[in-house]
Design a protein around this ligand. Structure first.
Ligand code: AVJ
Length: 322
């Protein structure tokens, strides 16, 4: 099956699917969960009762905006650069507060998607018109590379929503090292991180009763059908999330409930599944203070502050360079 020469890949998705479904065990990177349909499903996930992350971080920012603001304002003028801004619901809590306080700052949301940036700029224009917004289209690394050379103003880099969790611990170290390398003396990095907690609570967050997370995970199968002319039958796969409290790693899989072969026409590929064979689709790493301190040290950062909720469910950390 795999002795034929790989076709020329039209897209990153095509290439990753080819490699991921011809490896063992099978895998597909979680970044491909976020097409238009996936973005919509993720918006719904953030509203779910089981998915506590968004609400908890929102509360932390609400409750501690004064203190967080004081830390940023000690820079006396800063550019607020947000990696993966999304709809900005949580960030608006800070922006509104900074605007009321008359802080001297500019907001630079970074996103790969033009349409996300357009929508965000428009909603900010309506809701907080006083804030100066300069959208930056590109990958995090493109934009950070560009901003690294820029020293006129201090930078505060925001990375909310525990998006760091989608990286393996090794990837997280190199990601933070890249952030560190784009920072000058006194620049700040502010990151939201989901914390280790009751394993059942974490598992439930990725296994909601309404089945939205299941649909989000299975959207990968639909996306291959749509974009790669595949013939997956999503009903023959289970959504299977796991949480390992020892390592703090939540993972999601799709599990084939029968032996089957799937055609992926645009890749000229037939993929065989044994009964109960898996596709690994997502990592959501959970941290605690010890593992965050380790991560920071590996990256040449130090923790300058942190804010959490009563149950220590979620935590926002402020880092500066060592
Ligand atoms: C956007 C990566 C933080 O891992 O919690 C939510 C994505 N996946 N439900 C997470 C997600 C399934 C989410 N992050």
């Amino acid at each position: 099956m795999n002795d034929t020469k790989p076709p020329e890949f039209k897209t990153q998705f095509a290439e990753d699917v080819f490699h991921g479904l011809t490896s063992y065990p099978k895998k597909i990177s979680s970044k491909f969960l976020y097409d238009e349909k996936g973005d919509e499903l993720f918006q719904k996930i953030m509203e779910l009762p089981e998915y506590y992350l968004t609400g908890k971080e929102y509360q932390i920012l609400m409750r501690h905006r004064e203190e967080i603001g004081n830390a940023f304002a000690s820079l006396e003028g800063f550019d607020l650069i947000e990696l993966g801004a999304g709809d900005g619901k949580k960030t608006k809590v800070l922006l509104r507060h900074f605007e009321q306080k008359n802080y001297d700052f500019k907001y630079l949301p970074v996103d790969i998607s033009h349409s996300v940036l357009d929508q965000l700029s428009q909603s900010l224009d309506r809701e907080i018109p006083g804030v100066e917004v300069e959208p930056q289209q590109g990958t995090y690394m493109q934009v950070l590379g560009k901003l690294a050379d820029y020293k006129e103003r201090k930078k505060v880099i925001l990375f909310l929503g525990s998006n760091i969790g989608n990286l393996s611990q090794q990837e997280a170290v190199s990601f933070l090292q890249k952030i560190r390398n784009s920072m000058h003396k006194k620049d700040m990095f502010f990151m939201g991180v989901d914390q280790k907690k009751d394993p059942q609570v974490i598992l439930d967050a990725y296994n909601d009763k309404a089945g939205v997370t299941e649909a989000f995970n299975k959207n990968l199968l639909h996306r291959m059908n749509r974009e790669l002319e595949a013939d997956f039958d999503p009903d023959t796969f289970l959504h299977w999330p796991l949480y390992n409290p020892e390592t703090g790693t939540a993972k999601s899989y799709l599990v084939s409930t029968k032996e089957q072969s799937v055609q992926i026409n645009s890749l000229d590929l037939e993929v065989h599944f044994q009964k109960w064979e898996t596709i690994h689709t997502e990592v959501s790493q959970k941290y605690d203070d010890t593992s965050i301190a380790w991560l920071a040290e590996e990256a040449g950062l130090q923790i300058a502050g942190s804010w959490t909720d009563k149950e220590n469910c979620f935590k926002n950390y402020l880092f500066q360079t060592i």
